[in-house]
Design a protein around this ligand. Structure first.
Ligand code: SF4
Ligand code: SF4
Length: 461
């Protein structure tokens, strides 16, 4: 089906494939509650058993399994899956989203409060979870996995229980989930979208009364970030609802002005990439150890001996059995390091994109400065995505033979930067710029892709 402002693949085979996928998704839909229930049980066992069962080879193996499943398989693969199937993890498999929705059926279904609807809420939740994950060692210890994912699950249950008018809503997934935010931004790069068969003009809107669990006004949907691919709005044999559309990867970003761009997403791209970078660099850079030594000397010299004491194990790594114990100084230093790196990277990216937006305006691009800044900033998305994958999903690359890992990572980063430039070119073309003018306005965008790639270079080598 043809939609204003979108390049729809016209080949018969594409249309047939889309329809087949639709029919399959609708056929699978009734079984999803069983899938969710099984996932929920498996998730709880992996989370809780290694911590609460008495120590034994079995619990140790379970803990190792939990670690491997989450960091080697789940995180990198779910992250990559958005490019192919959108947020299908959320709608089809995620036990937390499903549990949040179950709670919504039981709860008072209050209006979603303003603080929760604030677009900064999932960004704050992402930053808090990422920093806490680092200080408690979520990649290494089953107790930390239980704490971080358990807290997230409890928050999903509580928000699902209290908030969300109508039936079967997922306020948590729409407004607060840190993973949902991450997947949502990058799903814009993905090759599938659901589009209204009978679109209504006016742009995206919030609808608490419809059947969409994430409160999308279905007939006005133009963006993919909030869609969890639950298939409830699909009816292949009816003229209403949404239909599946296959599209070129990056198409939504290339025409972002027609797909409800958001300043909050841009800040998440900048800050999220920065905080993840900070969390990676303190582990690998010798400069961090130098800084720590200087801080220890300062603390001793000034009589702040309490900074050398271990803190509570819910806030920082305290695992003497593994010979790893953080003291208060570690906690403050890691947190400060992550925040400083985050602000530094976000600042550089914001300045470069602002320069690109200003330059584009001077060279004749349409729109106001804010609109150009937001639209052009999306060109960082591919580099941000691959660098997050290299840093946070580094365990996946351990499955690749050592001699192949370097070329694979280098090729992925290079392709991501090139993809960002290609997207920037198309975004500028959408603003009416071409030729040397577009090339000039693209230079800061290219620089921002290179900055992200350079910052994550330690993850490559
Ligand atoms: S938004 Fe978060 S909780 Fe909801 S389904 Fe997606 S990952 Fe799960
Ligand atoms: S738009 Fe459709 S598939 Fe997407 S979340 Fe809403 S109801 Fe589910």
């Amino acid at each position: 089906m043809k939609q204003a402002g979108s390049a729809v693949p016209s080949g018969l085979s594409t249309a047939m494939l889309s329809r087949r996928i639709e029919v399959m998704a609708v056929a699978v839909r009734p079984y999803l509650p069983f899938v969710h229930a099984a996932m929920f049980v498996g998730f709880l066992v992996l989370l809780v058993a290694p911590v609460v069962l008495p120590a034994s080879p079995l619990t140790e193996a379970l803990g190792e399994w939990a670690r491997w499943l989450i960091w080697t398989l789940w995180f990198p693969l779910v992250f990559l899956s958005v490019l192919v199937t959108g947020r299908s993890w959320c709608g089809v498999l995620c036990p937390m989203g499903a549990a949040s929705e179950w709670m919504n059926r039981l709860g008072p279904k209050r209006d979603v409060p303003r603080w929760l609807r604030w677009e900064g809420t999932p960004i704050a939740s992402f930053l808090i979870i990422t920093i806490l994950g680092q200080t408690v060692g979520v990649r290494d210890y089953p107790s930390a996995i239980l704490e971080v994912f358990g807290l997230t699950l409890l928050a999903a249950l509580a928000i699902g229980f209290f908030y969300g008018e109508g039936q079967k809503k997922r306020s948590w997934c729409r407004h607060a989930c840190p993973i949902g935010l991450l997947l949502g931004v990058f799903s814009r790069l993905g090759a599938v979208d659901l589009v209204p068969k009978r679109p209504r003009p006016g742009g995206d809107a919030y609808d608490t009364r419809g059947l969409c669990p994430t409160m999308i006004d279905l007939r006005r949907k133009t963006e993919s970030r909030h869609c969890v691919m639950c298939a409830r709005c699909m009816s292949p044999n009816k003229s209403g609802g949404l239909s599946l559309r296959l599209r070129g990867p990056g198409e939504e970003v290339a025409r972002i002005a027609q797909h409800h761009p958001a300043m909050s997403e841009v800040w998440f791209l900048f800050l999220g990439t920065g905080v993840a970078l900070g969390g990676f660099l303190w582990l690998v850079l010798p400069q961090y150890q130098g800084l720590r030594l200087a801080a220890v000397t300062w603390a001793i010299g000034n009589g702040h001996m309490w900074l050398g004491e271990p803190g509570p194990s819910w806030l920082m790594v305290v695992h003497p059995e593994a010979r790893e114990v953080f003291v208060w100084l570690d906690f403050f230093l890691i947190t400060a390091w992550m925040v400083v790196v985050m602000l530094a990277l976000a600042g550089v990216l914001a300045v470069l994109q602002a320069l690109g937006a200003w330059l584009a305006g001077r060279l004749g691009a349409t729109g106001d400065f804010r609109g150009r800044f937001v639209a052009l900033s999306y060109q960082v998305a591919p580099a941000a995505m691959i660098s997050l994958l290299l840093g946070l999903g580094i365990d996946l690359f351990k499955l690749v033979p050592a001699e192949a890992a370097f070329p694979v990572k280098t090729a992925a980063l290079t392709a991501a930067v090139a993809w960002g430039v290609a997207l920037g070119w198309r975004i500028l073309r959408d603003m009416g710029l071409g030729g040397w003018r577009a090339a000039a306005a693209l230079a800061p965008g290219l620089a921002s892709g290179l900055v992200v790639a350079a910052a994550w270079w330690p993850a490559v080598v």
